[in-house]
Ligand binder design. Structure first.
Ligand SMILES: [Zn+2]
Length: 454
């Protein structure tokens, strides 16, 4: 049996979210990620059916990065008797705290699936007692024949690919792969000599717009809004996108590319996460580190106001224009941004800037598609503000980026399992890898198991 290992795709197939893979090798049961499946809601009901394995028998849970679709079901795993260890990079462990507490705060109000018993502070805290964190490339020995290390995925701070080496053969779980070059992070590491690859495919069937002009476009939107003396509102994801945006604004303000004006950073979660980014500046790319070494205050610059308390948030409405408001959620499906949209969307002098993917059915998508009236908190709100989208800040590799990533290992790779994408996207990438590289590629279904031979 020791020449055979098994992977079961327990989640993260047929959809972008819900990553959860069981890797059985020698006598070890290893999980890679334990994420929430998310649709239009924070969590689908499918999350609450029992795991297809005995949680008490799992030895180690590896976490690729701190997005909720990779960590969100850790409290459920603990609730179901998980006694093993959790391994990740150091920033991932640090970022998981506020991310999990934020989600637990919302889900624990739901008694329907006993979520109030699963998303307790005890279960969240229990995770950190079992959690050991490592640097990238640190070698971890699991058995004499099986070692593992974290490789930089360049997706968000601390994000990692997990590279197992067993009997000289390499098995790589990618987690999410970054859209390098990122303003803050190093590029995704080049990985070669892989034998078995389990990879994401969020943008398996699409390519991004050019990234070269994203900062110039941002500058232009801000300047036009400034000239109109309007309010620019930016719905933003709390983890990574918010900090990237602060970093870009910091640079634009301090180099006098845009005038100084009030910029309200109005997301308690993003403010907490930014504090963690400050502790891990040595994980930023060289350019960002160099730029920040000249800067006495990291992620702080003239005009910036971080509004943690809701009373401060309410005062933003009356602050004089022109101004900028950055708030969550990124798809306007909740959070403080919704209140700002209600207040600012009806005025033609204002602008709403969308920088992230807007899922079908979300408020963000409706606004992006040019709907003239939206329904917010029981009221009809006219959308007269300028609507602008800049897509260059996407956090995921596009179809060409994913293809090039596999190309680097085409001489050795025996099988590629394409996961974490919508079916159309995953299948497109599978076909592209088969047709152009002659690689055995598959898009497994939820519950499928495959055997790997060594
Ligand atoms: Zn992610």
């Amino acid at each position: 049996m020791s020449n055979v290992a098994k992977i079961t795709f327990c989640g993260g197939t047929g959809s972008v979210t819900g990553a959860n893979f069981l890797f059985e090798i020698e006598d070890k049961k290893i999980l890679i990620d334990c994420g929430l499946t998310q649709g239009l809601d924070l969590a689908d009901d499918t999350n609450w059916i029992p795991f297809p394995y005995n949680s008490a028998e799992i030895d180690i849970l590896f976490i690729t990065h701190a997005h909720i679709d990779h960590i969100g079901r850790i409290p459920k795993l603990i609730h179901e008797g998980f006694k093993g260890m959790i391994y990740s990079t150091k920033p991932t462990r640090a970022l998981t705290g506020p991310m999990l507490l934020d989600t637990a705060g919302i889900l624990s109000k739901n008694k329907q699936f006993s979520l109030d018993k699963i998303y307790t502070e005890e279960n969240v805290n229990a995770a950190f007692l079992k959690w050991v964190s490592y640097e990238y490339h640190e070698k971890i020995e699991i058995t004499p024949e099986l070692t593992v290390s974290f490789k930089n995925a360049g997706h968000i701070l601390g994000s990692a690919m997990i590279e197992f080496i067993y009997k000289g053969k390499k098995i790589l779980f990618t987690g999410d792969l970054g859209n390098s070059p990122s303003p803050l992070l190093p590029d995704t590491e080049k990985i070669t000599d892989v034998d078995y690859l389990i990879m994401e495919s969020v943008y398996g069937d699409r390519n991004h717009e050019s990234r070269d002009d994203r900062k110039i476009l941002l500058e232009r939107v801000i300047e036009e809004n400034y000239k109109r003396k309007g309010t620019l509102i930016i719905p933003t994801f709390s983890l990574e996108r918010s900090q990237e945006l602060l970093f870009e604004l910091n640079n634009l303000v301090e180099n006098k590319h845009i005038p100084v004006m009030p910029i309200f950073f109005d997301s308690p979660l993003a403010i907490r996460l930014t504090e963690i980014f400050k502790q891990f500046r040595n994980y930023f790319n060289e350019t960002a580190q160099k730029e920040l070494s000249k800067d006495k205050y990291l992620f702080d610059f003239p005009g910036l106001h971080s509004t943690l308390q809701s009373e401060d948030s309410k005062m933003i409405n009356d602050a004089p224009n022109p101004k900028i408001v950055i708030a969550g959620s990124g798809m306007s499906s909740g959070g403080r941004i919704v209140h700002h949209e209600k207040h600012f969307l009806p005025d033609t002098n204002n602008t709403i800037l969308l920088t992230g993917y807007q899922a079908l059915g979300t408020m963000g998508r409706l606004i992006q598609e040019g709907v003239k009236r939206v329904h917010i908190g029981g009221e009809d709100v006219d959308v007269r503000a300028h609507v602008v989208t800049i897509l260059g800040y996407s956090g995921h590799k596009d179809s060409n980026g994913l293809f090039n990533f596999v190309e680097d290992m085409q001489d050795t790779v025996k099988k590629v399992f394409v996961v974490m994408g919508e079916p159309k996207s995953a299948m497109f990438l599978v076909q592209r890898l088969r047709d152009n590289l002659g690689i055995e590629a598959y898009a497994p279904l939820k519950g499928d198991s495959v055997l790997l031979y060594f």
